[in-house]
Design a protein around this ligand. Structure first.
Ligand SMILES: Cc1cc2nc3c(=O)[nH]c(=O)nc-3n(C[C@H](O)[C@H](O)[C@H](O)COP(=O)(O)OP(=O)(O)OC[C@H]3O[C@@H](n4cnc5c(N)ncnc54)[C@H](O)[C@@H]3O)c2cc1C
Length: 396
């Protein structure tokens, strides 16, 4: 059954009533289609094909893509609220449209007019889906250490190298992939370029090892291997070599807001489950919620979840105003991801022995939350970004 579009394409500043209707539609979708199938897909690591079709019908693959290209053009604030809501039940599925939207944002912000016209409408409908291919076996945080090369040959580039941990690598079609067009450049970032790579075209691009993960199940994470893989030169984003590092890291602001929003969802979801359980479970003749030791946990969890939401909305508002927000996005990502891990661990304690059973949802929050501290720049790196910006603003 086709799911109706959530709304007509709105402007980037959204009317509060329109946003409420949008969020109600997400609630109905979660109740009807998502919640009943989470355990089956998560426990068996099955890609949720039917849900992906429904996401496309609702316009989620075009959520932040401009209306001119067929997207919903949602502001980051609304987008963050959607991600929070979905993640409060099942974080992993937001990865299916998030890394896709970061790829789309790179094309929309930095692509040529021809590239935008060619790719964005198909990304917006979900006809083509994908993600971001930055990480390599030897280079995650140190992105400038990548070894993948792209050598110009006539009207093509020939790409060689291996990307790893790429979300949607198996089930996606297109990737914004970073490679060295000048491996000898000094500084290193000046030799890096970002390409739109379409897995369906040409030969020499294959999916390598698929990872068996602790959590973040149902969404695929795998290697992409390029062996003399030819990409047409008009798929170099922006048409000029050497811009890739800034194009790739520029998109990470929205990516960090998204991870922060996922963290908020996980922190709030763990709190919701723990709050209910604590009022149902009795020891010593009363619900455990009436023991002070449990109240202290719930007090901390509620405070963390609220602070994480406020920081994330603050970063999203700055992003919507077009302001540089790497510090705000970094703070939100750092705090919300730590809140997610702390809240899910505290919820595990509140559930006692039952937390260890897969019959309950809470163990999934615990497994999924740990990724939030790693993705889109580890929390160690976030703290360094925050400190650098803070020191710059307060230089004496
Ligand atoms: C499930 C999953 C999905 C992912 N999806 C994608 C994807 O879609 N696309 C993609 O490109 N990548 C993806 N990644 C990769 C992810 O972005 C990297 O794992 C992350 O950037 C960290 O890189 P690394 O694993 O190489 O760790 P490393 O960079 O080796 O870091 C190891 C440790 O050292 C610390 N460290 C590193 N450098 C410094 C420094 N200068 N100062 C202080 N501490 C430092 C780190 O914080 C970390 O604690 C994914 C990863 C996972 C687990």
């Amino acid at each position: 059954m086709a799911t109706a579009p959530l709304m007509d394409a709105p402007t980037r500043t959204i009317d509060p009533q329109e946003e409420e209707a949008f969020m109600d539609a997400i609630d109905r979708w979660l109740e009807r289609s998502v919640i009943p199938v989470i355990k089956h897909h998560d426990h068996n690591d099955i890609w949720p094909e039917a849900l992906v079709h429904e996401m496309a019908d609702m316009g989620l693959f075009g959520a932040t893509i401009g209306q001119d290209y067929g997207g919903l053009g949602l502001p980051a604030t609304t987008y963050a609220k959607i991600v929070m809501k979905i993640s409060s039940h099942w974080m992993a599925i937001t990865g299916i449209f998030n890394s896709h939207l970061i790829m789309a944002a790179a094309v929309e912000r930095f692509g040529t007019e021809e590239q935008k016209a060619k790719w964005l409408p198909k990304f917006a409908t979900g006809e083509l889906r994908g993600g971001l291919a930055l990480t390599e076996p030897n280079a995650g945080t140190d992105l400038q250490a990548i070894r993948t090369t792209a050598r110009r040959d006539g009207d093509d580039y020939i790409i060689n190298g291996t990307k790893t941990w790429i979300s949607n690598a198996v089930n996606g079609d297109c990737f914004a992939l970073i490679a060295k067009t000048d491996p000898d450049a000094d500084p290193r970032y000046k030799g890096m370029s970002l390409f739109i790579v379409d897995k369906r075209e040409g030969s020499g691009l294959s999916v390598g090892k698929k990872f068996d993960k602790l959590g973040y199940k149902a969404i695929d994470s795998a290697e992409l291997v390029m062996e003399d893989y030819r990409v047409p030169a008009d798929q170099l984003i922006g048409g000029v070599e050497g811009q890739g590092f800034f194009q790739a890291t520029g998109g990470l602001e929205l990516g960090r807001i998204n991870v922060a929003a996922r963290g908020v969802g996980l922190a709030e979801g763990a709190l919701r489950h723990a709050t209910q359980y604590a009022q149902e479970r009795e020891t010593m003749g009363k619900p455990i919620a009436q023991h002070q030791a449990i109240q202290l946990k719930i007090g901390d969890m509620a405070t963390r979840a609220r602070a994480a939401r406020l920081l994330t909305m603050d970063a999203a508002e700055a992003y919507d105003k077009g302001e540089r927000c790497d510090m705000e996005a970094g703070m939100a990502k750092y705090f919300a991801s730590e809140a997610a891990t702390e809240n899910s661990q505290e919820a595990m304690r509140i559930y006692g022995g039952y937390s260890y059973s897969k019959e309950y949802d809470i163990e999934r929050y615990y497994r999924d939350s740990l990724l939030m501290c790693i993705g889109e720049g580890t929390n160690e790196v976030q703290r360094m970004i925050i400190a650098k910006q803070h020191l710059k603003k307060n230089a004496i």
